[in-house]
Design a protein around this ligand. Structure first.
Ligand code: VGL
Ligand code: ZN
Length: 202
């Protein structure tokens, strides 16, 4: 069986938000239309405590988009975003969420970031998604949302490693694109065995 995964379509990643993805909101009608074709829909929600370790504001002398070394590897520093309980962390109000079966909140541990829907950035702690999918006989995922080069890419690569068939819906994702990260993301996903598809072909 297949499922639609809608990644981080939250106010802070949309125009006007703290970590706005250019044209991030333009994918919402595409995602809403896709939702009608799926019986299983899973959402992820970036959900950081105030003072999260991925925020540049908690690293003296650093600014947003600097990269620092964490115990689990490189970490890009971000503007404060998707703080638990704030407007920025809420799903965009045009996004249809009524069919959500599972909402995975991620990045809620202060010392650890979490891009992927499957694993936190240490690649050790699991979100529980793989177990949910196996319990429901879901083997194929269609990924949509924000941002192509971070949370979508990490979810796609982990999904492949976990043995799922992964499709990325090209016209239902948008990128942050830091220093060529978008081109690198398409290449990495392609090499890992991710399939790219248009929403009209799903
Ligand atoms: C994301 C940066 C920080 C994403 C989340 O959803 O791609 N990017 N937190
Ligand atoms: Zn985040």
């Amino acid at each position: 069986m297949r499922a639609l995964v809608i990644i981080d379509v939250q106010n802070d990643f949309c125009p006007g938000g703290a970590l706005a993805v250019q044209d991030g909101d333009t994918i919402i009608p595409v995602i809403n239309q896709l939702s009608e074709k799926f019986d299983h829909i899973i959402f992820t929600q970036d959900w950081h405590p105030a003072g999260h370790s991925s925020f540049a504001s908690v690293h003296p002398g650093k600014t947003a988009y600097d990269v620092v070394q964490m115990s689990y590897g490189n970490q890009v520093l971000w503007p404060d975003h998707c703080v638990q309980g704030t407007y920025g962390a809420v799903f965009h109000n045009e996004l249809i969420t009524v069919k959500a079966q599972m909402v995975i909140r991620k990045g809620f541990r202060k010392e650890l970031d979490s891009y992927s829907a499957f694993y936190e950035n240490d690649h050790i702690r699991r979100t529980g998604l793989s177990g949910y999918l196996r319990d429901n006989d879901i083997d194929t995922l269609y990924l949509t949302g924000l941002a192509t080069d971070f949370c979508v890419k990490w979810s796609a690569l982990d999904g492949i490693r976990e043995g799922f068939s992964i499709y990325v819906v090209e016209d239902a994702v948008k990128a942050i694109d830091l220093n060529g990260s978008l081109a690198a993301a398409w290449k990495e996903m392609d090499e890992a065995g991710v399939t790219f598809i248009r929403a009209s072909d799903v």
